[in-house]
Design a protein. Sequence first.
Length: 149
Amino acid sequence: MEGAAEPASGQEGLFDPCKDIPDSVLEEVGLDPATEEVDIAGVEQPGWKICSWTQSGYYVIVFSGENSLDDAKANASFTGFETLSIGGRPALRFHSASDPDIDRCYVGLDVSLGSIWIAADAKNSQQQEDSMCSIASRYAEALEGALPR
């Protein structure tokens, strides 16, 4: 296609949460498809497909990347690793080492091509009734059936 944007390097074949999670599934889990944001402020991140939706006090973000969860564990930028089971498959919950208040928490699942991370990210560090890790886990459970294996 003439004039079409080329995907950033490393995105070929990745699950695309904005395109591959049906609106009906988003609505089922309580997310509004109309709040969808592609990438990070509309900017592609090399090696990632990213989609987020807005809730009242937080964002739900789905990252699809070429790296495995073992890569995340080996990355000193992440800490607090906790093994979980989401939809009967192994998962890992963690957060950024530079985020001691855990304003963003990730739940990651390995898939055939890389991994998918579901994150809950507090808006402006707003206090929530539940922790960001509880919220991320809840959405990971709810969305698991729509994610590749």
